[in-house]
Structures are given as structure tokens and as C-alpha cells.
Design a protein around this ligand. Structure first.
Ligand code: G6Q
Length: 552
């Protein structure tokens, strides 16, 4: 197949961009009182307004033509049907099955996966109930007070983000902690203050071979054994979440205490599987199910709504417009909700690992931009840091603003102030401030004319910074599930248009290989001869600075 950029639909979008010329969103709003209403949709508890983006109705129509040219409906059908759409790994991509609350049969190689999913959910439910009730005790008979999830990448970012987001639903116990980095600081700082007798470790790794996770898991086991002094304690203090039973048992975890998932669950799409165990331990199994229900509601919408009404499709297409036709190289995710503070980092992996690709599914180099850099911090902190560049810098940044109408914490007028900032920022980013407006403001404030003229260029804002606003009544397990699924399907939509495999991660695999070569050299305190001069010299400096002390 030829590149998507060679299609008439792509060319039509190019011409449309040229014909649009310089966009003035405020004029669009002035001329079209129905714009906001037409470009706002409510799905699964999320109100999404994309009217402050750089699209017209004509743009959307052309983008929808592009989606059809890329056979988005066909790919979407194959996703839900369990077809092996992860071509380079020959795998189905079925995170939607994990939250298929309708329990509709989904076949992989002719076998319905729902019974096994339901069986693991039932085991999770029992285990969570036992730990949370205190029935499951540690080796010395004490109840579990702290749970430490050891995992990295997809086995860390999703559950960690969700646990933070749903903190108001967590009871006192157990407290859930996450250790991911192989840097000893992470494990040591997390364990300091914890009591081995009341600590449960979840070793979460799809492959159970990941260096960081295995290193942390081994050190955690040493810590436990040093305190409890008996290898049989491991069975009461370690459970595993993995696809690899053999490795789990080789580590010394009884596979009775292993929660399974499957190779058709991608790491960064796995929080809905047993990888979500820390979520269920933290907020209870019922809340975990509500999370799945919210995602399922969004899945049903994505699966069945016509493209022109389909929220993940529309957001994906608008993202394509900004990336490929409006030259926005990055996309900011700005939660006006402190509970979502880890959402940008989570999405960074979800999006950049999925669509940070440079060849098509057929292996041909693309000649267009694919996944943008995704970044962000919660509002209002970001306003006092990087918003300056979004308002007045030379790069176009598209942004998503996410907020709730009601806070979990009623404290004075904090929430009203928070959301006033949300709305004010999106309005200002759209409207900008013309030179004349800047001048008028300064004159009204009593500045003399020379001063006003000198300052005017600095106090002028171009506006037309595209933002999408996502509002919900309150951040609940259900709305969070819907929000995450919205982004997952947005990523899928974009991957289909860009014709990349959104479900492999060869760049991650490369990192896993590279470190092991140098690790052997560092252990032998001898830099290899094969390196470039810089790497070799850095290794030598490192060995010198480290001194004669034993390699850690
Ligand atoms: C996610 C990636 C990657 C993966 C980690 C951890 O999609 O594949 O982030 O989740 O490398 O892998 P394991 O779960 O196998 O330890």
C-alpha cells in the first residue's frame, strides 16, 4: 500500500490547510453561534468540547474521509474481533476484552477468552477481599498494612496513576507503594519505615525477565528474609502478576499466588488485567470493576458510534490535523485535578511508545510526522511554569484540559478558583490579545503613549492555540476508566491513520539488550574496545570515579 500521505484524501487536507490561510478562531466563534454546541459531545460521563481547536466543519469532513481511506472502521472491527493486528509480534490486542463487561464472546485463535478473564477476576476478587479484611496474614500472622508493587513501564505507570487518581476511594489499609527504578534509592526509600511482617510484595512483570523488576524483586526478597529469617515466609509475602508461570516459579513464588494475564495484553494497556491488582487492593474490587465499566462504556461507544460522532475518532483526527497539517510537534495534557497528576506521565508511555514509530506496518519509511511528544503537568502549577511558551512561544502546542465539576475535597473556594483558571486559560489561548487590545488596556491603566507602544508587542498574544476541554462531574472509578479508554482509542485511531503498529515497542527492547553488554564490562571493571571514543572514555571515568570499591 502506498503511504497515507500519497492519498487524495491527505492531499485534499493539505490544500484545505493552504486555503484556510491564517486561522482566527475568535472570528469562527463570532460568525457561528452553533460552533461550540456542534463540537461538544458527552459520552460515558465525559463532556468533551473540541470547538477551540483549529478545525472547521470542512476540516472534520476531510479528516473523516482520511479515516475511511485508512480503513479505520475495518481496523476497529479487527481490534474488537481479536485479529492479530500487532503484526510484528503476531498478536491480538485485546485490552478491550479485559473490560468487556457485556461478556460478549471474544475469540483468539477460535477460543473465547472471556472465561479465562473472568476466572482471573474472580481470583483477584477473593484475594483482595482476604487482604483487605485481614484474613490474609503475613508469615507471623499479622495483617498486611503495606503493599509494594514492583514493576516498570506498563507494569507500573498505569496502576500507579490510577491508585493516585482514586486515592479518595482508598481506605486506611493497605497502603500501596510502587517501586520501578533499578536505582537502589527507589527500593530503599520505599522500604524504609515498612515492617516486613506486614508487607506484601506484588512482582508485576509480563515477561518476568525485566532487569529492573527482577533486581528489585530479588532485593525485596533479601530484605524480607533478613527480617523474617525463613524462606517459607516468601509464600505469604510475595505474589506475582505475569504471563510467565515458569519464571515465576523459578523465582520462588508459588504459582498458586500468581495472577495470570496473556500475551494479547500489551504492557501499556494492561492496567485492566491482573496488573490492576494494586488498584483493587487500594480501593476495593468493586471500585476496580467500576473502572472497567467506565472503560467498557467508552469501548462500546468507540465500537459502535458512527465515525462522525465518535469521540476517540474525532479527537484522534483533530490530533492528526494539528500534528501533520498545523505543524504542532508536541501535545500537552493538562489536568486541572491534582488526583490526575500522574496522568501525563502515564499517557506519555501510552502515546509515545505506541505511535513513536517511523515505518509503516509494511516496513516502509514514513514521510510524515507520527506521534507527537506528549507532556504536561497539572494546572495550576503549569501556569506558573511553561504556559508562557504555549501562549507566546514560537512553537504551536495543542493541549487537552481535563477537570471535574466537583472536587473530592470541599475546602473553601479552592475548587472554584481551580476551575476558573481552567476556563480562563482555554479562553485566552483561543482568543489571544491583539496589539490594539493590548494598547487599549495599557491606556486605560494610565500608561503614557510611548510606554504603551513600547510594551504592546510584548503584551500581544497570537491566540489560536488549540485546546480540547474534557469535563466530568467528578473523578470516579467510572469516569477515570472512560477517560483512559478515550485516550487509548484516540491513540489507536492515530496509529491506523499513520499506518504504524501501535502495539509493538522495539525501542524498549533495544534498551533491554544494550544495558546487559555494558553491565558485564562494568562488573569486570574493564571498558570494552568496541565502543566509540566517548562511551569508552565515559566508562573509564566512571570506573575511576567509582574507585576500587566493589561494583554494586
Ligand atoms: C509496554 C512495554 C514496556 C513494559 C515494561 C515492563 O507496553 O512493553 O513498558 O511494560 O518493559 O515489562 P514487563 O512487564 O515484561 O516486566
Amino acid at each position: 500500500m502506498s503511504l497515507i500521505s500519497q492519498t487524495p484524501q491527505w492531499q485534499a487536507l493539505r490544500q484545505h490547510r493552504e486555503a484556510l490561510g491564517e486561522v482566527r478562531m475568535r472570528d469562527w466563534f463570532a460568525a457561528d453561534p452553533g460552533r461550540a454546541e456542534r463540537m461538544t459531545r458527552e459520552v460515558a460521563g465525559l463532556v468533551v468540547d473540541y470547538s477551540k481547536t483549529l478545525v472547521t466543519d470542512a476540516t472534520l469532513a476531510l479528516l473523516l474521509d482520511l479515516a475511511r481511506a485508512a480503513d479505520l472502521p475495518g481496523w476497529r472491527a479487527r481490534l474488537f474481533a481479536g485479529a492479530p493486528i500487532n503484526g510484528t509480534e503476531g498478536r491480538a490486542v485485546l485490552h478491550v476484552a479485559l473490560r468487556n463487561r457485556a461478556n460478549r464472546p471474544i475469540l483468539v485463535d477460535g477460543e473465547d477468552v472471556m472465561p479465562q478473564i473472568n476466572a482471573v477476576l474472580a481470583r483477584m476478587e477473593r484475594f483482595v477481599a482476604r487482604v483487605r479484611s485481614g484474613e490474609w496474614t503475613g508469615y507471623t500472622g499479622k495483617r498486611i498494612r503495606d503493599v509494594v508493587n514492583i514493576g516498570i513501564g506498563g507494569s507500573n505507570l498505569g496502576p500507579k496513576m490510577v491508585c493516585a487518581a482514586l486515592a479518595p476511594y482508598g481506605g486506611d489499609l493497605p497502603r500501596v507503594h510502587f517501586v520501578s527504578n533499578v536505582d537502589a534509592t527507589h527500593l530503599v526509600e520505599t522500604l524504609s519505615g515498612l515492617d516486613a511482617e506486614t508487607t506484601l510484595f506484588i512482582v508485576a512483570s509480563k515477561t518476568f525477565t525485566t532487569q529492573e523488576t527482577m533486581t528489585n524483586a530479588n532485593s525485596a526478597r533479601d530484605w524480607l528474609l533478613a527480617a523474617l529469617g525463613d524462606a517459607s515466609a516468601v509464600a505469604r509475602h510475595f505474589v506475582a502478576v505475569s504471563t510467565n508461570a515458569e519464571r515465576v516459579s523459578a523465582f520462588g513464588i508459588d504459582t498458586v499466588n500468581m495472577f495470570e494475564f496473556w500475551d494479547w495484553v500489551g504492557g501499556r494497556y494492561s492496567l485492566w488485567s491482573a496488573i490492576g491488582l494494586p488498584i483493587a487492593l487500594s480501593v476495593g474490587f468493586e471500585r476496580f470493576i467500576e473502572l472497567l465499566e467506565g472503560a467498557h462504556a467508552m469501548d462500546e461507544h468507540f465500537r459502535s458510534a458512527p465515525l462522525e460522532e465518535n469521540l476517540p475518532v474525532l479527537l484522534g483526527l483533530i490530533g492528526i490535523w494539528h500534528t501533520n497539517f498545523c505543524a504542532a510537534p508536541t501535545h500537552a495534557v493538562l489536568p486541572y485535578d491534582q488526583l490526575l497528576r500522574l496522568f501525563p506521565a502515564y499517557l506519555q508511555q501510552g502515546d509515545m511508545e505506541s505511535n513513536g514509530k517511523r515505518v509503516t506496518r509494511a516496513g516502509e519509511a514514513v514521510d510524515y510526522g507520527t506521534g507527537p511528544v506528549v507532556w504536561g503537568e497539572p494546572g495550576t502549577d503549569g501556569q506558573h511554569a511553561f504556559y508562557q511558551l504555549i501562549h507566546q512561544g514560537t512553537q504551536l502546542v495543542s493541549a487537552d484540559f481535563i477537570g471535574a465539576a466537583r472536587s473530592h475535597y470541599a475546602l473553601g473556594d479552592h475548587h472554584t478558583k481551580l476551575m476558573a483558571n481552567f476556563f480562563a486559560q482555554t479562553e485566552a489561548l483561543m482568543r489571544g490579545r491583539t496589539q490594539d487590545e493590548a494598547l487599549a488596556e495599557m491606556r486605560a491603566a494610565g500608561l503614557d503613549e510611548a510606554q504603551a507602544q513600547a510594551l504592546a508587542p510584548h503584551r500581544t498574544f497570537p491566540g489560536n492555540r488549540p485546546t480540547t476541554s474534557i469535563l466530568m462531574e467528578r473523578l470516579t472509578p467510572f469516569t477515570l476508566g472512560a477517560l483512559i479508554a478515550l485516550y487509548e482509542h484516540r491513540i489507536f485511531t492515530q496509529g491506523v491513520i499513520w499506518d504504524v503498529n501501535s502495539f509493538d515497542q522495539w525501542g524498549v527492547e533495544l534498551g533491554k539488550q544494550l544495558a546487559s553488554v555494558i553491565l558485564d564490562e562494568l562488573r569486570a571493571a574493564q571498558a570494552g574496545v568496541e565502543h566509540d571514543a566517548s562511551t569508552r572514555s565515559l566508562l573509564e571515568h566512571y570506573l575511576r570515579l567509582r574507585g576500587a570499591s566493589a561494583p554494586g
